[in-house]
Design a protein around this ligand. Structure first.
Ligand SMILES: Cc1cc2nc3c(=O)[nH]c(=O)nc-3n(C[C@H](O)[C@H](O)[C@H](O)COP(=O)(O)O)c2cc1C
Length: 180
């Protein structure tokens, strides 16, 4: 089962990037990381019927289509979803690759809220896109700072790692369950 991850942070030392790398290492199967920072701003004029979409958009759509499950890992900015991630989802709304695709949403924040606003907004957008949001695989990780080992740029907190493993087990189960 192939897992494709999308990160809402472009920061080199991103704490969400550390969560994402830890998740990919735990996944039992092939994985990929979408390069959503290279996408142009969403513009329906670039995506008309019969048009060839911009190359980074076509690449993203192909990666999502080839994945059995999606993992979104993101910070929250101003109680919202980072523009780079919302932009990527906007490019996927009408093309349909997310339809019935099992998705986990994980947000990590230095604050006790764990990015709850962005988490809820991402889930709502994905439901609108008729993705299959796997609630049991979604997580809000609070106080992320000390849970990351800067030397490895991975999660170091054992409880959080165990919970991440549990979340991925739920996502994998959803990806192997045939659609009704
Ligand atoms: C402009 C700005 C707005 C932010 N707004 C929020 C917020 O609304 N909620 C929150 O939990 N964290 C907020 N943060 C803190 C981010 O969660 C923090 O910078 C985090 O480390 C970014 O994620 P990353 O480490 O994966 O890049 C904000 C940070 C910045 C720079």
């Amino acid at each position: 089962m192939r897992l494709l991850a999308l990160s809402g942070s472009l920061r080199a030392r991103s704490s969400n990037g550390a969560v994402l790398r830890s998740a990919l290492a735990l996944w039992d199967g092939p994985t990929g990381l979408a390069d959503i920072g290279a996408l142009p701003h969403f513009n329906p004029d670039l995506d008309g019927e019969g048009d060839t979409p911009p190359a980074p958009v076509a690449a993203l759509r192909a990666e999502v289509a080839a994945a059995d499950a999606l993992l979104l890992v993101s910070p929250e900015y101003a109680h919202g979803v980072p523009g780079v991630l919302k932009n990527a989802l906007d490019w996927l709304v009408s093309s349909g690759e997310c339809v019935a695709k099992p998705v986990a949403v994980i947000t990590a924040s230095p604050f006790p809220t764990g990015g709850d606003h962005a988490n809820a907004q991402l889930r709502e957008t994905l439901r609108m896109m008729t993705g299959t949001v796997v609630t049991a695989a979604c997580r809000e990780i609070p106080a992320i700072g000390p849970k990351v080992d800067p030397a490895t740029a991975r999660l170091a907190d054992e409880d959080t790692l165990a919970d991440l493993g549990s979340a991925l087990t739920h996502l994998a189960a959803a990806a192997t369950t045939p659609a009704p």
